[in-house]
Ligand binder design. Structure first.
Ligand SMILES: [Zn+2]
Length: 174
């Protein structure tokens, strides 16, 4: 318990001595019970409960619409439109479905990968076939890793010339 929290807890434990509320508001603990302070703490608490509940359900704390408008309005949409215009001018098109031809940096809270698709097998990862990090830094699915190793304890990364030991590969949790 931090000293700040200890002070809060002591104040909350002691303040009922001044009940009823009319007397409590006039007591040294009165600031805790002013309508503005109560509204502030209630809304902060409600937001904390909502975040914890959504996290427990495995849902994002922000609505998908909020994320889309924040990311799009934060410059991503403008960059995509610019890239599209440049590519149209040069008469080229990006062919990779679901991928952008340029890196678009996102604000930290929006950097998440809820889905991992193995770049080798193109299959979506699962609990049985999780993403595995190779010592070189590349990530592929466990089944692809085993297929590349062909029963040997080592494998060559499909993206760079590094040969790694199977035991050095670690599971990645998203
Ligand atoms: Zn590699």
């Amino acid at each position: 318990m931090t000293p700040a929290r200890a002070h809060d807890i002591c104040a909350l434990l002691t303040c009922p001595l001044y009940l009823p509320l009319e007397r409590l508001v006039a007591s040294p603990y009165g600031a805790l019970f002013l309508p503005e302070a109560r509204a502030r703490s209630t809304s902060a608490l409600a937001a904390k409960f909502a975040t914890a509940f959504l996290e427990g359900c495995g849902l994002p704390s922000e609505s998908p619409l909020t994320v889309v408008t924040d990311v799009g309005g934060g410059g991503a949409l403008a960059k995509i439109m610019k890239v599209r215009a440049v590519m149209k001018e040069k008469r080229t098109e990006w062919s990779a479905v679901g991928e952008l031809p340029v890196e678009i940096p996102l604000p930290l809270p929006y950097r998440f990968h809820s889905i991992f698709a193995c770049p080798v097998s193109k299959e979506q990862s699962s609990a049985q076939n999780p993403p595995m990090l190779l010592p070189c830094g590349h990530v592929i699915a466990r089944e692809s890793l085993q297929r590349l190793a062909r029963g040997t304890p080592t494998l060559k990364c499909p993206y760079c010339p590094v040969v790694s030991h199977m035991s050095a590969c670690v599971r990645v949790h998203f």
